[in-house]
Design a protein around this ligand. Structure first.
Ligand SMILES: NC(=O)c1ccc[n+]([C@@H]2O[C@H](COP(=O)([O-])OP(=O)(O)OC[C@H]3O[C@@H](n4cnc5c(N)ncnc54)[C@H](OP(=O)(O)O)[C@@H]3O)[C@@H](O)[C@H]2O)c1
Length: 218
């Protein structure tokens, strides 16, 4: 069974996964790099100088078993990237995905084949349709829902997420794009675990509860 997984999604104490305004100079707006400082100190991010503790153990789960990613238009580029035919994403010629990546956008364009096995496909589709397409491309492996918060929220609201790893960072952003709006009682559908890291962040995992079987013997 190919799962839909979220990893390393970093949110502030007040639930924002990005600040504002998003721009080419400040992809996370006024949040700057504060949501991801926990990750910069890990071996996952910095193979030479990073540490191999709790933060690294969680961060490294990002890649294994993943055969495709789905991301939103605002993760792929700053506002207006759709008007720039030369825009190929933030990540240079060899993006770190190494799988097909499906970018949800209301202004799709043709596929972009990059070095290292990453091909960006641009899709105007519902979350369920996008997941079906990504699963078909993932070769039996799992699909990562890569963000940003708008797309993650939509996939959660549609009941499509099997596993979610959040990193709660002890900062209060006050504004930006919030993850939780409209997801009241989301925790009812998941087993939720929390682990505090010495770095100050809290790792939260949401693992979808198995669907209830019929009564025993029925
Ligand atoms: N904190 C983290 O760990 C983390 C992780 C990833 C990203 N981010 C940050 O999050 C921000 C982006 O998040 P966001 O919430 O603003 O936006 P987003 O989720 O990346 O993208 C939302 C946009 O995608 C398009 N879209 C979404 N669903 C669609 C559908 N079903 N069909 C067609 N198009 C669809 C729409 O754009 P159009 O209408 O323009 O096409 C929509 O406005 C960036 O700052 C990024 O750096 C943070």
């Amino acid at each position: 069974m190919s799962l839909a997984r979220i990893h390393n999604l970093s949110i502030s104490l007040d639930g924002f996964a990005t600040g504002e305004p998003q721009s080419a100079d400040a992809p996370f707006g006024h949040a700057g790099e504060r949501l991801h400082e926990w990750m910069f100190g890990t071996r996952f991010w910095d193979a030479a100088a990073g540490t191999a503790g709790i933060d690294n153990a969680f961060a490294e789960r990002h890649g294994p078993g993943i055969g495709a990613e789905i991301m939103g238009a605002n993760k792929f580029g700053p506002p207006g990237w759709q008007d720039d035919p030369a825009w190929t994403g933030w990540w240079g010629d060899d993006p770190p995905f190494h799988t097909p990546v499906f970018v949800l956008t209301h202004r799709p364009r043709g596929p972009l084949e990059m070095a290292g096995g990453t091909t960006f496909h641009f899709l105007d589709a519902t979350p369920a349709e996008a997941l079906e397409t990504a699963r078909a491309a993932a070769g039996g492996r799992d699909v990562r829902i890569g963000g940003g918060p708008t797309v993650v929220r939509d996939f959660l609201a549609a009941g499509l997420v099997d596993h979610m790893h959040l990193v709660q960072v002890p900062i209060v952003l006050g504004r930006g794009v919030r993850l939780w709006d409209g997801l009241e009682a989301l925790e009812d559908a998941y087993a939720v675990e929390a682990v505090s890291s010495p770095s100050g962040v809290t790792h939260l995992t949401f693992t979808r509860r198995a669907a209830r079987q019929g009564a025993r013997g029925a």
